[in-house]
Design a binder for this molecule. Structure first.
Ligand SMILES: NC(=O)c1ccc[n+]([C@@H]2O[C@H](COP(=O)([O-])OP(=O)(O)OC[C@H]3O[C@@H](n4cnc5c(N)ncnc54)[C@H](OP(=O)(O)O)[C@@H]3O)[C@@H](O)[C@H]2O)c1
Length: 328
C-alpha cells in the first residue's frame, strides 16, 4: 500500500510517498480502505517536531529521537471496511466508517488496521467521506474540552481561534449546547464563524477581548495566546479556562487554586470512542458539520502540509486517496 512517510523532523518537503506491505487485521481488528484523511495540527507537530514552549525536552521520549517514531502519521480516516479479523461482529466488509486513530496515528496510508471496538464508528450517511475525515480531530478535542468545562445552556463561552479545526467545532458544539458564543478570529473569517453559530465575533487584530467589560463563563484557547494572566480579568466567578494550546508552565500551573472558584483545564484531550459516537450522531442530525478548507490528492500531501503549517487554515485540510469515491 502507499503511505506518506516522515523519516525525520522537518518542513513539508520531508514527507515521502512510499510502498509498505498492506497490514492484515488480527483477531478483534478491522482493516479500513482509507478513502480520505486529514492533515491536522497534530500531524504538523509530529512532522515538524515543533512543540509548545517548554515541551521541547519531551520531544525525544514522547515522539522519537531524530525523527517521528511513527513514520506514518495521520489522526483521522474515513473509508470502507475491506477485511475483518476473527471474532469481529460489530462491522462487516463494505461498511462505511470514520475512524480516529488519534495519537496512535497511521491514517496517511492506503489501509488502516484498528481495533473493532476502538475509535471507529459508522460514517454519518449525510457526510461525504471527505467531510467525515474532517470530523474527528477538531470535533473530539472541542467536545472533550466543553465536557471538561461542564458547559451549561445559557453560559457565555468565548472561543479564541474560532476559525481553526478545533475552533470551528467548538463554536458549533457550544451553540448546539445552548451557550452564548463569542468567536475570536481574523476579520476574513468572521462570516464563517457567525454562520457556524457564533452570536458575536471579535477580530483579534483590532480588538483585545480581554480589555473590555464583557465577562465569560468559559474561555477556550486554541490559539495559545490567552493564558490565565491575560484572561483572569474577563473570566466570570466560577469560570473555566480551557487551554487547548499552551506552554508547559500553563499545564503545570493548572493545578494551583484560583480565586472566585475559577479553574484551568489543560493537557491532551481524551480520545474516547463514545465521543466519536456523539459527534457522528450530531453530524447525522445536522447539528455539526465539519468545515473543510482545501482538498488535495494523496500525491500532493506535502502541499496539504504547507497549508496546515501556515497556522491559518479554516477547519480541516483533507487528503483524498480516491477523490471520486471520497467526494460521495
Ligand atoms: N491539547 C490537545 O489535546 C490538542 C488537541 C488538538 C489541537 N491542539 C493544538 O491546538 C492548536 C490549534 O489546533 P487547530 O487544529 O485548531 O489549528 P488550526 O486549524 O491551524 O487553527 C488555528 C487558528 O488559530 C487562529 N489564530 C491565529 N492567530 C490568532 C490570534 N492571534 N488570535 C486568535 N486566533 C488566532 C487562526 O485563525 P485566523 O486564520 O482567523 O487568524 C487559525 O484558524 C494546535 O497548536 C494544536 O497542536 C491541542
Amino acid at each position: 500500500m502507499q503511505v506518506a512517510f516522515v523519516p525525520r523532523y522537518g518542513p513539508p518537503d520531508v514527507v515521502e510517498l512510499r510502498e509498505l506491505p498492506t497490514p492484515t487485521p488480527g483477531p478483534g481488528e478491522v482493516r479500513i480502505r482509507v478513502l480520505a484523511t486529514a492533515v491536522t495540527a497534530g500531524d504538523w507537530r509530529v512532522r515538524s517536531g515543533v512543540l509548545p514552549p517548554g515541551f521541547g525536552v519531551l520531544r525525544g521520549p514522547a515522539l522519537g529521537f531524530g525523527g517521528p517514531r511513527k513514520g506514518v502519521l495521520g489522526t483521522d480516516a474515513a473509508g470502507v471496511i475491506d477485511a475483518v479479523g476473527d471474532g469481529v461482529s460489530r462491522f462487516r466488509v463494505g461498511d462505511a466508517v470514520v475512524a480516529f486513530p488519534g495519537s496512535a496515528m497511521g491514517s496517511h496510508a492506503g489501509f488502516l488496521v484498528i481495533a473493532a471496538d476502538g475509535r471507529v464508528v459508522a460514517k454519518p450517511a449525510n457526510l461525504t467521506f471527505e467531510e467525515a475525515a474532517a470530523l474527528p480531530f477538531g470535533g473530539m478535542t472541542a467536545l472533550d474540552v466543553l465536557q471538561r468545562a461542564g458547559l451549561k445552556a445559557g453560559e457565555r463561552v468565548l472561543i479564541n481561534g474560532a476559525s481553526g479545526n478545533v475552533g470551528t467545532a467548538a463554536v458549533q458544539l457550544a451553540h448546539h449546547f445552548g451557550a452564548h458564543v463569542t468567536g475570536v478570529c481574523s476579520a476574513g473569517n468572521a462570516a464563517l464563524v457567525r454562520n457556524l453559530g457564533a452570536d458575536e465575533v471579535i477580530d483579534y487584530a483590532t480588538t483585545d477581548f480581554t480589555a473590555g467589560d464583557a465577562r465569560w463563563d468559559v474561555i477556550v484557547d486554541t490559539a495559545g495566546n490567552a493564558p490565565w494572566s491575560r484572561v483572569e480579568r474577563v473570566l466570570a466567578p466560577g469560570g473555566r479556562l480551557l487551554v487547548v494550546l499552551g506552554a508547559l508552565s500553563t499545564l503545570l500551573g493548572a493545578i494551583l487554586p484560583r480565586s472566585q472558584q475559577r479553574r484551568i483545564f489543560a493537557g491532551p484531550a481524551t480520545e474516547k470512542v463514545t465521543d466519536l459516537e456523539i459527534l457522528a450522531g450530531l453530524a447525522a442530525q445536522g447539528a455539526f458539520k465539519p468545515v473543510i478548507d482545501q482538498r488535495f490528492p494523496f500525491a500532493q500531501i506535502a502541499d496539504a502540509y504547507r497549508v496546515v503549517d501556515s497556522g491559518r487554515k479554516k477547519g480541516s485540510v483533507i487528503v483524498s486517496l480516491d477523490p471520486a469515491a471520497a467526494s460521495c
